[in-house]
Design a protein around this ligand. Structure first.
Ligand code: TEU
Ligand code: CA
Length: 551
């Protein structure tokens, strides 16, 4: 196997606003990450994916950038950033930053110029269209509710924003825009960072501006917004201009990336991206009205998605293995059991993340099993996605109680409450009131309590990450899905020329029997003890039990 650092490395995603507040203004910051760098190192991770820290008015918490070459004041200074990078390098940690290139903030100087006049040299940095029949240019909807067009008073045209109206889409048809992005990438790479996670990179090439014929928003994403005609031309150019000059990692985040088109983004010989984040398993319960229109969870489909992507990428590309991030609910609440079997299922998900083929991504707080938070008052939430959806609901006299319940299940703020460091005030995140309330269960779920408990979720993450690093079959080994139609068990084999492993997960609260096809030795599991035991014949799996067996 040709070993590659970004294939073997385990990535730890940091959402800085919620990580640790070093200067007690209630907002996480870069110095906070520096102060916790040894904790991060202690997890055994190799790469940090740092969500945006650039200058931003924070309409979408940093995903609306007003200056790509400066650090957001709330997060600190460029000196702080340089110190973080130095401290990471000292510890052999690599840094992947978030490249938000589909759109900027409307407060970026480019947009301020562009909107000022139809003749401004930067007019074509963005996408401006005339009204049609006195209304928006077409029926496109924003990911964040409402129409995707905003009227520009100064020039009487509309500009496109697939996200909030403060996030105008850049015009990638314009070679000057592409060059600006490449220069920004080189600015950060020349400072010594190791790569980029590319925000909604799948939608940077627009097809045309005809109406969408699809009532289902996911169909509009798939067939109208994503995978446009020049997406691969742009990514090839970006690779030639930038990536090919650095030893770096790229992972493209992509609504609309599918089994049919995913390989085009990551096939090694196409020289585009190293990996993508597809959303097949993340949008699995999104109804036709979007994420707050919740479908029942389909476990067999969930399993099949992992198996199908493994087959599709096998020997040609490379995958990303993630179950959550700052945009989705907490994994133990969404895919596990955050009540009676909280500990077992948090460890089970850690085992799943670390036993599949592809690069493992761990989102901050999942390593201690942080759960969803159900604020009773909608005004305890902060996410623009929630408030835009609420505004749209009110315009249709929708059911606000039903909506709040959907926010409890799917809201992005579930994953954005402050990291729970200890059981002191504000969970040790800050001495000031945090920008968003702490999850009330911080007295039970926090780093300090778990550090001293060898059987904790935290220490299990350390153990399973170490296991993956010491057994590269978990990284590069082949994959075979067993019992694909089983409604509770997720079972698969991983092997290479040296070892064969059987991984069994019982995603249920019942005890279940499983018949072994060989004699196995248990290497790691989420229930105490019995390691190194020999197993053969039928074995009983306890509720939410996970184990890795070696043939
Ligand atoms: O997310 C894009 C994206 O696809 C998510 O918005 C996701 O589809 C949505 O949250 C599910 O409802 C990226 C960033 O990760 C997200 O934080 C930003 O809000 C968004 O782009 C705009 O930059
Ligand atoms: Ca702070």
């Amino acid at each position: 196997m040709n070993r590659v650092w970004w294939k073997e490395g385990v990535v730890y995603q940091i959402y800085p606003r919620s990580f640790y507040d070093s200067n007690n203004d209630g907002i996480g910051d870069i110095r906070g990450i520096i102060q916790k760098i040894d904790y991060i190192k202690s997890l055994g991770v190799d790469i940090i994916w740092l969500c945006p820290v650039y200058e931003s008015p924070n309409d979408d918490n940093g995903y609306d950038i007003s200056d790509y070459r400066n650090i957001m004041g709330e997060f600190g200074s460029m000196d702080d950033f340089d110190e973080l990078l130095t401290e990471m390098k000292k510890r052999g940690l690599r840094l992947v930053m978030d490249l938000v290139a589909n759109h900027t903030s409307d407060e970026h100087s480019w947009f301020i110029e562009s909107k000022s006049s139809v003749n401004n040299p930067k007019r074509d940095y963005y996408i401006w269209k005339d009204s049609v029949n006195e209304a928006e240019p077409n029926n496109w909807l924003s990911f964040f509710s409402g129409n995707a067009w905003q009227y520009g008073e100064e020039t009487g045209q509309y500009y496109l924003h697939l996200f909030t109206k403060k996030q105008p889409d850049l015009n990638w048809e314009n070679p000057k825009v592409r060059q600006e992005i490449y220069d920004i990438m080189k600015f950060w790479l020349d400072k010594g960072i190791d790569g980029f996670r590319m925000d909604v990179i799948s939608v940077i090439s627009k097809r045309n501006y005809d109406d969408s014929p699809y009532p289902n928003f996911n169909d509009t994403i798939q067939n109208i917004y994503a995978n446009g005609p020049k997406i691969h031309e742009y990514l090839k150019e970006m690779n030639q201009e930038v990536m090919s000059h650095y030893d770096m990692m790229t992972v493209g985040e992509g609504p609309g990336i599918s089994l049919e088109n995913g390989l085009k983004y990551v096939q090694e010989d196409r020289k585009e991206l190293n990996m993508v984040f597809h959303f097949d398993h993340m949008f699995i319960d999104h109804g036709s009205e979007g994420k707050f229109d919740i479908l029942p969870h389909d476990f067999v489909h969930f399993k099949r998605i992992f198996a199908d992507w493994d087959t599709k990428l096998k020997d040609k590309g490379w995958g990303s293995i993630f179950l959550g991030n700052h945009d989705f609910p907490r994994i133990v609440s969404r895919f596990g059991n955050d009540q009676e079997y909280w500990m077992q299922s948090a460890k089970q998900l850690a085992t799943l993340l670390n036993s599949l083929r592809g690069t493992t991504y761990v989102y901050q707080g999942d390593e201690i099993g942080m759960t969803n938070v159900a604020f009773d008052d909608i005004h305890d939430y902060r996410d623009v996605e929630i408030f835009n959806a609420l505004e749209e609901l009110r315009s249709k006299n929708g059911d606000e109680d039903k909506f709040l319940k959907a926010v409890h299940v799917q809201g992005r703020d579930n994953a954005r409450t402050p990291i729970q460091w200890n059981s002191e005030e504000n969970a040790g995140f800050s001495k000031a009131d945090p920008w968003i309330k702490v999850n009330p269960n911080y007295t039970k779920i926090n780093v300090a309590t778990q550090e001293s408990n060898p059987d904790s979720v935290l220490n299990f993450y350390r153990e399973i990450i170490r296991f993956r690093k010491n057994n590269l079959t978990m990284v590069y080994g082949d994959f075979e899905h067993l019992l694909p139609d089983h409604k509770e068990l997720f079972v698969y084999k991983r092997w290479d020329e040296k070892e064969t492993y059987l991984i069994i997960h019982n995603f249920s609260s019942q005890e279940l029997a499983y018949d072994l096809d060989n004699q196995y030795q248990k290497m790691i599991g989420n229930y105490q003890g019995n390691l190194e035991n020999k197993y053969q014949g039928s074995m009983v799996l306890k509720p939410w039990e996970s184990m890795i067996l070696k043939a």
